[in-house]
Design a protein. Structure first.
Length: 167
């Protein structure tokens, strides 16, 4: 599955040949999606009326563009049966995608970087300097990663878990 941010970048890409209405509808649908999967959870699935209000487009225009975006491969829709839609208030499920003809440049992928928590004191040991000997007499040198303050004074860097004084 593709993530929300990749779909957004593909819509904004120079290679995207959608008209402004199509782009606007996709970007509006993205506001309801899960960021990791670009799927709109069932409880947030918008109706045509919701999409009409959110985009400012006419209901018929929204319906035409949803069909067109599905044909072009930008969205996948899973429609409930008519009886379920009427009796159980079931809604259409949406999954946003990137069409196969759209180039995906891995160099433009975003890298998520964990930032230190903003709790605790602002002063502390410089993580890039060598450490002094510990109480046991062993000398610890600086690690290959900076100290990231986490819960209870332990480093939040993946697979580290050292306390602040030992880092």
């Amino acid at each position: 599955m593709v993530e929300r941010w990749a779909v957004e970048r593909a819509v904004r890409d120079d290679e995207c040949r959608l008209s402004p209405s199509g782009r606007h509808l996709i970007l509006t649908l993205l506001t309801w999606t899960d960021t990791a999967t670009a799927v709109i959870p069932a409880q947030f699935s918008p109706s045509l009326t919701d999409l009409e209000r959110a985009t400012g487009m006419a209901r018929s225009t929204v319906a035409v563009w949803l069909n067109r975006l599905e044909e072009l491969g930008w969205i996948a829709r899973f429609r409930p049966k008519v009886d379920d839609a009427r009796r159980k208030k079931a809604r259409t499920a949406y999954r946003l995608r990137i069409p196969p003809q759209m180039p995906v440049d891995p160099a433009t992928e975003l890298a998520l970087v964990r930032q230190p928590d903003k709790t605790g004191s602002t002063t502390g040991r410089d993580s890039n300097t060598k450490h002094r000997p510990t109480a046991r007499g062993s000398s610890k040198t600086s690690h290959s990663h900076p100290y990231i303050q986490g819960a209870n004074g332990y480093c939040s860097f993946p697979n580290c878990g050292r306390s602040a004084p030992l880092h």
